[in-house]
Structures are given as structure tokens and as C-alpha cells.
Design a protein around this ligand. Structure first.
Ligand SMILES: *[C@@H]1O[C@H](CO)[C@@H](O)[C@H](O)[C@H]1NC(C)=O
Ligand SMILES: *[C@@H]1O[C@H](CO)[C@@H](O)[C@H](O)[C@H]1NC(C)=O
Ligand SMILES: *[C@@H]1O[C@H](CO)[C@@H](O)[C@H](O)[C@H]1NC(C)=O
Ligand SMILES: *[C@@H]1O[C@H](CO)[C@@H](O)[C@H](O)[C@H]1NC(C)=O
Ligand SMILES: *[C@@H]1O[C@H](CO)[C@@H](O)[C@H](O)[C@H]1NC(C)=O
Ligand SMILES: *[C@@H]1O[C@H](CO)[C@@H](O)[C@H](O)[C@H]1NC(C)=O
Ligand SMILES: *[C@@H]1O[C@H](CO)[C@@H](O)[C@H](O)[C@H]1NC(C)=O
Length: 454
């Protein structure tokens, strides 16, 4: 949790510079097994850094709608920076009060844990919605983006932000003002959920204490795409009966889901999930089962993901790319269903293979979601596994555990070139940068260039 107290920035000129350096001139380069690598030192001249005294755990970043400013969340601090050069515009301290800290210590938590770790940082119009762990008493505030000390609203962070700084979570805000959060809902972290709140639609969650819905998940990312919100995470595989195995998942819900009646009350009726396959092909495929980070390219409907091996096995990482159509296709296919805890998981035909989200204007509670409630309760997991765009991962490396990915698409001579930035390191962060350049900025930085084309 200590570590990086530095925010770094890469100039867009780096991308252009590299492209003109004849190293990555055309798509044929991308077929090379060995991708060109740039070290942290080499990019030094194109790197901008931001440090602040006492600020550690830079964990979340967001841009203002005009993409001129960057807001960063660190432990007990929010910073507003100029995108151009990472110079400071405003620093706001947001710590916990003494009483909250005392209560936290009395529950056996350490001084390190009883702090305010920013875990939700979202922009809606001219507002910044942000939540912090607040010494295991999560809290959210609604602030003016143009003046972060101007707090309009303070609400409970429960079900919106984790209690513990160790718990991995993700959240998004839709244009209509709903907050979707995937996080542990309780102090010990035994009740994970994908939860919708705020806005005008009824609050909904995934079924509680039901391992078929979520089984000790580590949430990674979430995206608002079309009629759905998508969630990416890793979790213990319920469908695997021998030993504990972690699988990576894509899950989705309809944004206009209003929950069931009698059955699935206050619960999603449209929740489904599918396994993501990232593996090295072979007689026995070598699986990179654990999703760590994703980067979505909405204009291409492609999702880049970093997958690693389990922490207890040899370190290895891979980058796999999934297209949205392959993910949707899995959701239209059969389900994997287990009749009872002793029976096998078997494919079960999808009762509604042309599933649509339904329309809200038909009026509340009338066919809002087209899934039969009994089916919605029974069928959660898809039978088909989502396969990546290429059988062989786009990039693989042994003895490394990458933690962040960012992708920039640039116009090459005769095709689009995808520049992939990968980084190791945890308590660090990852920046997404305006039109041309998206970069990752981290401690312990390994910067690598891989490419692929469409
Ligand atoms: C923030 O406050 C504004 C104005 O009070 C409100 O319109 C908006 O819905 C709030 N946003 C959130 C996410 O609470
Ligand atoms: C920001 O908001 C605070 C609290 O409302 C106020 O005291 C301060 O003057 C504002 N700063 C600017 C630059 O407007
Ligand atoms: C959160 O994710 C990180 C990185 O994969 C991992 O090291 C950590 O153990 C996860 N936290 C929990 C509570 O599992
Ligand atoms: C995952 O992909 C590999 C390589 O294409 C393939 O051999 C394997 O069967 C796939 N596994 C699953 C579960 O789909
Ligand atoms: C969203 O759902 C509506 C109603 O089912 C449908 O008409 C529309 O095509 C869907 N939009 C997308 C992008 O799939
Ligand atoms: C709701 O769905 C049922 C069965 O699919 C259909 O018969 C009925 O006409 C639908 N009602 C509305 C208002 O669309
Ligand atoms: C999406 O990926 C699948 C493989 O998973 C592939 O068959 C399909 O052609 C891809 N579609 C696009 C538009 O790239």
C-alpha cells in the first residue's frame, strides 16, 4: 500500500517519435514474436511526474469532460492537475476524523488500514462523485469538479465502495445518473455484489451469499456499453469441482432491469456471466486464468486484458484481446446448469437466445425485462467460453506479473497500430490519456511495446 507516491505522464510525442524511429513502421513488425521494448529510463525525457508530500496509493484517475484536467485519488487526498504538464491546480485533503479512526482501531485494524483510500472517482457533468474507505466506514461525496473543496452531498459508501483498502472494486456512473458498483458490501468482505443505486431506477443487486452468482470475486473493471453494463472480474470457479480454481469472467446486466416481483425482488433479473479464455495453445493449453486489468477501445469494440497465472504458481502474464461480438455471442448461447450440488454441470439450451433488454416506455413492470424470472434465477453462467480474437495471446511473458494495461491506437503507414503499454506494480496507477495517447504510469515501470492490427 505504500510504494508509489508518484504520478507519471508520457508525452504523446513519444508515440510519434517511436513510430518514426523505423522500429514500428508497418504492420509486419507486429507479427514478430519479440516486440520492441522501451525501458523506463529510455522514456525518461517523455515522462512527467507528479509527487506530493504525504500522498501515497494513487489508485484512481479520471479526466474532466473537456480533457484538460486530471483528477487523481490518493490516500487521504484528491488532486486536480493540468493534463498538459501534470502541474497542480488543487490539492484537497480528505482524511478520516479521529472518532472514525478510533472505531477502526478498536475493530483490530492497523493504522495503515484505518485511512481514507479513494476507491471510486467518477465524473458526471460538472460533478465529481468520489468514495473512500474512510477507515472501514466507506463514505461518498459529490463535489464540484471546478472546486473539489465544494462538497454538495455526503452519503454512505456502503455497497458503493469497499470497506477494506485491500478489496478490489470497480464502479461507473451512467449518463442518467445511476451508479453501478461492484464491491464487497460488508466489513469482513464476505458479501460481494454488483449493486445499482442513485439515479431514478430501483436499487438492485446480485443475489446475496449465492456462490453461483459471485464466488469470492476480485472485481477488475466495468463499462457502460449500449443497453448493458459489463463487469470484468476473476472469481473462484463454481463449475470446477476439483480443488480451487480461479477463472476470469465477463458479466453483464441490462441497464433498464428493474428486478423481479416475488422472485428476485430487488435483484437483477438479467445477470449473466461467461468465462474468458486466455491461454497458450498446446496439447494441454497453458491457462492464464487471472484477469488483472482491462482496457476497452469503444471505437473498435475491443477489450484488452492482462491475465496472469495464480499467485502460488510460477509467474507469467499474457495479453488477450476480446471483441464485444464474441462476448455477446457467448451470452446468446446455452447456459451451464447444475441441477443440484451433487450433479454435474451440463449445457442447457438458452430459453431466450435472442435476448433483448426490453423497453422502459411500455411502462413500469410490464415486460421490462424479457427474462422469465425462474430462468433468471436458475441460469447465470454461460456454457460457452469467450475466446480471444487470436488463439495465441497477443503478448506473453514469463517471470512477470503485469498489473496494468493501456492501449493506444495510432495510424501506421497502411494500418492501425495498437501500442500496448504494460506495467507491473500495485499501489501505483494507470493513466488514460486523451485522443492520441494513452499511457500507463507507474512505479517499477516496465514499458513494453507490442502491437497488433485490425
Ligand atoms: C450530485 O449532486 C447533483 C446536484 O445536487 C445531483 O444532480 C447529482 O445527481 C449528484 N450526483 C450523484 C452521483 O450523487
Ligand atoms: C472552493 O470552495 C470552497 C468551499 O465552498 C470555498 O471556500 C473556496 O473559496 C472555493 N475556491 C474557489 C477558488 O472558488
Ligand atoms: C486485489 O488484487 C490484487 C492484484 O491482483 C491482489 O494482489 C489482491 O490480493 C487482491 N485483493 C484481495 C482482497 O483479494
Ligand atoms: C482456450 O483456448 C485454447 C487455445 O485456443 C484452447 O485450446 C482451449 O480449448 C480453450 N479452452 C476453453 C475452456 O475454451
Ligand atoms: C437496446 O434495446 C432496445 C429494446 O430492446 C433495442 O431496440 C435496441 O436495438 C437495443 N440497442 C442496442 C444498441 O442493442
Ligand atoms: C409481455 O410478454 C408477454 C409474453 O411474452 C406478451 O404476451 C405480452 O403481450 C407482453 N406485454 C406487453 C405489454 O408487451
Ligand atoms: C470476434 O472474435 C471472434 C473470435 O472470438 C471472431 O470469430 C470474429 O471474427 C471477431 N469479430 C470481429 C468483428 O473482429
Amino acid at each position: 500500500m505504500k510504494g508509489a507516491c508518484i504520478l507519471a505522464w508520457l508525452f504523446s510525442s513519444l508515440g510519434v517519435w517511436r513510430l518514426t524511429q523505423s522500429e514500428v513502421q508497418d504492420a509486419s513488425q507486429c507479427q514478430r514474436a519479440e516486440h520492441p521494448v522501451i525501458s523506463y529510463k529510455e522514456i525518461g525525457p517523455w515522462l512527467r511526474e507528479f509527487r506530493a508530500k504525504n500522498a501515497v496509493d494513487f489508485s484512481r484517475l479520471i479526466f474532466d469532460p473537456g480533457q484538460k484536467e486530471l483528477v487523481a485519488g490518493a490516500r487521504n487526498y484528491l488532486f486536480r492537475l493540468r493534463l498538459e504538464d501534470l502541474s497542480l491546480i488543487q490539492a484537497v485533503e480528505w482524511g478520516c476524523d479521529e472518532a472514525t479512526k478510533k472505531a477502526c482501531y478498536s475493530k483490530g485494524k492497523s493504522k495503515e488500514e484505518c485511512q481514507n483510500y479513494i476507491r471510486v472517482l467518477l465524473v458526471g457533468g460538472d460533478r465529481l462523485f468520489t468514495c473512500g474507505t474512510n477507515a472501514f466506514t466507506p463514505v461518498c461525496t459529490n463535489r464540484s469538479l471546478s472546486n473539489l473543496t465544494e462538497v454538495h452531498d455526503q452519503i454512505s459508501g456502503m455497497a458503493r465502495c469497499p470497506y477494506s483498502p485491500q478489496h478490489n472494486s470497480t464502479a461507473l456512473l451512467t449518463a442518467s445518473g445511476e451508479l453501478y458498483a461492484a464491491t464487497a458490501m460488508d466489513f469482513p468482505g464476505r458479501d460481494p455484489a454488483i449493486y445499482r443505486s442513485l439515479g431514478s431506477l430501483p436499487p438492485l443487486r446480485t443475489a446475496q451469499y449465492n456462490s453461483k452468482w459471485l464466488n469470492e470475486p476480485n472485481f477488475v473493471s466495468s463499462y457502460d456499453i449500449g443497453n448493458f453494463t459489463y463487469f470484468f472480474f476473476r472469481e473462484n470457479a463454481v463449475e470446477q469441482d476439483c480443488g480451487k480454481t480461479v477463472f476470469s469472467r465477463a458479466a453483464r446486466v441490462c441497464k433498464n432491469d428493474i428486478g423481479g416481483r416475488f422472485l428476485l425482488e430487488d435483484t437483477w433479473t438479467t445477470f449473466m456471466k461467461a468465462r474468458l479464455n486466455c491461454s497458450r495453445p498446446g496439447e494441454v493449453p497453458f491457462y492464464y486464468n487471472e484477469l488483472q486489468s482491462t482496457f476497452f477501445l469503444p471505437e473498435l469494440d475491443l477489450l484488452y486484458g492482462i491475465f496472469t497465472t495464480n499467485v502460488n504458481s510460477i509467474a507469467a502474464s499474457a495479453v488477450c484481446v476480446f471483441n464485444l461480438s464474441a462476448i455477446s455471442q457467448a451470452f446468446n448461447g446455452p447456459f451451464k446448469y447444475q441441477e443440484n450440488s451433487r450433479s454435474a454441470w451440463l449445457p442447457y439450451p438458452n430459453p431466450n437466445p435472442n435476448f433483448q433488454c426490453g423497453t422502459v416506455d411500455q411502462g413500469l413492470y410490464i415486460n421490462l425485462t424479457e427474462r422469465n424470472l425462474q430462468d433468471a434465477q436458475k441460469f447465470i453462467l454461460m456454457h460457452e467460453v469467450v475466446q480471444p480474437v487470436t488463439q495465441v495471446p497477443s503478448f506473453m511473458e514469463d517471470n512477470s506479473r503485469f498489473s496494468h494495461v493501456a492501449v493506444d491506437v495510432v495510424q501506421g503507414r497502411d494500418s492501425l497500430i495498437h501500442i500496448v503499454y504494460l506495467a507491473t506494480g500495485r499501489s501505483s496507477l494507470f493513466t488514460v490519456i486523451s485522443d492520441w495517447f494513452r499511457s500507463s504510469a507507474l512505479n517499477n515501470l516496465f514499458l513494453r511495446k507490442g502491437c497488433g492490427h485490425v
